[in-house]
Design a protein around this ligand. Structure first.
Ligand SMILES: C[S@@+](CC[C@H](N)C(=O)[O-])C[C@H]1O[C@@H](n2cnc3c(N)ncnc32)[C@H](O)[C@@H]1O
Length: 179
């Protein structure tokens, strides 16, 4: 998965929307092979990057990709389902979900719990790229609006939807802030 240009581009764009600062505490839900974790840990040099994913296979791949940042204590990767969203690990300034939101049941409930774990002014970015044969730009737009509505309903403010044209499909990113 991590070798496809589209995976890299999608993750790069989503991470850029977070406007990371070196001191940020960042959470990624559904990190997969850890591409975004690696991108983020290059910028977050004195904060921390925490990731959760429920797949042991993905955990091992992401650990390998981020071995040196893990060893330096700047990245922590955990095997966990978002349904058991881990609380008590402190508060986050930024949260990222890339092609993971659509796998979550009770996504509004999860977003509410994420929001409670974020510092005031904290930013969330949720990205979606179908990568399914036959999907259209209308499908991406529709999915983007659904994510936007859920973000608003779960209490995030200053929400907006961005669409970027990319191969093989456009990417929808929604952004929100915890007031
Ligand atoms: C399509 S992959 C995307 C990986 C990565 N974010 C990317 O875009 O390259 C979705 C990831 O979300 C994880 N995932 C799906 N449902 C999850 C859940 N309920 N809790 C934690 N992780 C989940 C999967 O294990 C997988 O690694």
């Amino acid at each position: 998965m991590a070798h496809r240009t589209s995976d890299r581009e999608r993750n790069e764009w989503a991470v850029s929307l977070l406007e990371l600062q070196p001191t940020d505490r960042v959470l990624e839900i559904g990190f997969g092979p850890g591409v975004a974790i690696a991108l983020m840990s290059r910028v977050v040099t004195s904060g921390s990057v925490v990731g959760i994913d429920h797949s042991e296979v993905m955990l091992q791949q992401a650990k390998k990709r981020n071995a040196s940042a893990i060893e330096q204590g700047r990245v922590q990767l955990r095997l966990a389902s978002v349904a058991d969203f881990p609380t008590g690990h402190g508060r986050y300034d930024k949260c990222l979900m890339v092609n993971a939101f659509h796998y979550c049941d009770n996504s509004e409930d999860i977003l509410r719990r994420v929001q409670r774990q974020m510092n005031p002014g904290g930013k969330i970015v949720i990205a979606f790229q179908p990568c399914i044969q036959g999907s259209t730009s209308e499908d991406v737009l529709k999915a983007g609006h659904t994510m936007l509505e859920k973000l608003k309903a779960s209490g995030f403010s200053r929400t907006h939807l961005d669409i970027k044209s990319m191969a093989p499909d456009s990417v929808a990113c929604v952004v929100g802030v915890r007031e």
